[in-house]
Design a protein around this ligand. Structure first.
Ligand SMILES: NC(=O)C1=CN([C@@H]2O[C@H](COP(=O)(O)OP(=O)(O)OC[C@H]3O[C@@H](n4cnc5c(N)ncnc54)[C@H](OP(=O)(O)O)[C@@H]3O)[C@@H](O)[C@H]2O)C=CC1
Ligand SMILES: CCCCCCCCCCCCCCCC(=O)[C@@H](N)CO
Length: 322
């Protein structure tokens, strides 16, 4: 009799766990509507940002894009107009210049979905990177994101439309695990995670929801430039997660934003990496929370195998250099 109830309890454990998680996941699940809302994308003139502009416009959003080069902005505007028949608003500003950003944001009007996507990457070993190169990455990727969010928040909080709003940050898988050749880049992208976790607590009462997107290598114009000077070992290690098409990454990102997900992986390896690095991040989905709780030990085991493999590759590479 006692044996039988023990067996029942064991069988029931996953369901009990699922039920508990259903009630405790916070912040609560949310959907972010895109149609007829103002989506503002930084770095929207190229690569992932431009693909996002296309897809958001097709989904019926009012789209604004911001970047430095007026010429690239105009070209992007024409491309979206040609493909979708929709006009996007363009703003030329450098995210490092808070006053310029503030002026652009004020001219654009209240924003419902901010996608902080601008980013620069200069790969190279710390010893070889120049001082201005690592500062450049921290300034554009991290400080620039602070500037954008600080400029956008007041009007976003005061929006007339009280429906859920979103701030999405474009990190990278190199913002979940440090990778050879990416000291400064990884630091800038890891920084976004701290910013995102803390900010979510600060803005939840205003019905604003944060998403952090973690793409692997993606075939953008920026990436094409990067590969010209990427250290061989960076290439070898990054190949663990392959390369993705820009449109696919943009779709994953937009779906993640719409579903209000805090962590947004873009591929299967990305999903494993997100479980391995779940840490103390919020998780709104009780199903994903269940997967994390059940799988985390084995995924950590897999992660240690990746490290074993990477250090093996590094060793081999150095042996070949001799
Ligand atoms: N491609 C990849 O392999 C991956 C990319 N990512 C991240 O995704 C994001 C987009 O990357 P990707 O599409 O490849 O980039 P691209 O280089 O193709 O485009 C970058 C965009 O950001 C803009 N930008 C750059 N610097 C500034 C600045 N200081 N102020 C305002 N705008 C700026 C650029 O316009 P302009 O130069 O005119 O300012 C351009 O619109 C980045 O944050 C990147 O780190 C993450 C993982 C992988
Ligand atoms: C169980 C654990 C599974 C782990 C799989 C891990 C794979 C990690 C590979 C990291 C690749 C980083 C690419 C960065 C791309 C990027 O941001 C640059 N292209 C700059 O744009």
């Amino acid at each position: 009799m006692a044996d039988l109830s023990l067996a029942y309890l064991l069988l029931l454990t996953p369901f009990i766990l699922l039920a508990v998680l259903f009630f405790i996941v916070r912040p609560c699940p949310v959907k972010i509507p895109i149609k007829n809302r103002h989506v503002f994308i930084t770095g929207g003139s190229s690569g992932i940002g431009l693909a996002l502009a296309h897809q958001a416009a097709s989904a019926g959003a009012r789209v604004s894009i911001l970047a430095r080069s007026q010429a690239k902005l105009e070209e992007a505007k024409r491309a979206v107009q040609l493909a979708t028949g929709i006009d996007v608003a363009t703003f030329a500003a450098d995210v490092r210049d808070f006053d310029a950003v503030k002026r652009a944001v004020e001219a654009a009007g209240p924003i419902d979905v901010l996608v902080v996507n601008q980013g620069v990457f200069v790969p190279g070993e710390l010893e070889r990177l120049r001082l201005d190169e690592f500062r450049f990455m921290i300034d554009v990727n991290l400080i620039g994101s602070f500037n954008m969010i600080k400029a956008v928040l007041p009007a976003m909080k005061g929006r007339a439309d009280k429906r859920p709003a979103s701030i999405a940050l474009m990190s990278s898988q190199a913002g979940q695990v440090g990778i050879y050749g990416y000291t400064a880049y990884s630091a800038s992208k890891f920084g976004l995670r701290g910013l995102a976790e803390a900010l979510q607590q600060e803005v939840i009462a205003d019905n604003i929801h944060i998403s952090l997107i973690f793409p692997p290598d993606t075939d953008t114009p920026g990436f094409e430039e990067e590969t010209k000077r990427r250290p061989q070992l960076t290439n070898i290690i990054a190949e663990s997660s392959g390369a993705m098409k820009t449109e696919v990454v943009a779709k994953k990102a937009l779906d993640g934003i719409k579903s209000g997900s805090f962590i947004v992986p873009c591929s299967f390896e990305g999903l494993l990496l997100s479980i391995a690095t779940a840490g103390m991040s919020p998780q709104r989905s009780y199903v994903m929370a269940f997967v994390e709780v059940v799988a985390i030990g084995w995924v950590r085991f897999a992660a240690l195998f990746f490290q074993w493999n990477w250090y093996g590759l590094i060793n081999k590479w150095h042996a070949q250099q001799k």
